[in-house]
Design a protein around this ligand. Sequence first.
Ligand SMILES: [Zn+2]
Length: 190
Amino acid sequence: MALNKMLAQAGVRDMLRYVGDDPDREGLQETPARVVAAWSEWFSGYGKDPKDLFKVFEDGAERADEIVLLTNILVHSHCEHHVTPIIGVAHVAYIPNGKIVGISKLARLVDLYARRLQVQERLTNQIADAIEQHLEPQAVGVIITAKHFCMATRGVKMPGVDTTTSAMRGAFRESQAARAELLDLIKLTK
Ligand SMILES: [Zn+2]
């Protein structure tokens, strides 16, 4: 087993002991390995470069100068302060400027950044920045609404609270009309 994985599993054993349990009892014997495997999945976004998602098409983009919008993309991330889940949805929109991207790639982009330790504000901006950088569109809009389990299950313990963040670029930032059209479209899809 790789040294890093062994150290990670030893760390989980320490935490199990720290909370008052016995990592050697039968039910917990496989737990360190499972926890490390789960972390590898939850944080698989570190090994990935968003650039690889942007296979850009010009064919089909000739007359595409209206909003392209994906709604309700699952956001499954983790708070970098408590390593607890952030669960919600993202709405991602852009207005092409001669280039389009496979729409599933935008959902993958959300997932790539979500699978890192995050604060919701940074997650929202990173998605918008990557689209802006690789597609050079007329506008980009990203809106995320999510529940933070660190707030729902500890501290103030308010499970009902949703956090919404947005990142607007280009026309969605500069033009009230363009932004209003985007928000209307999102409302329509609810
Ligand atoms: Zn937190």
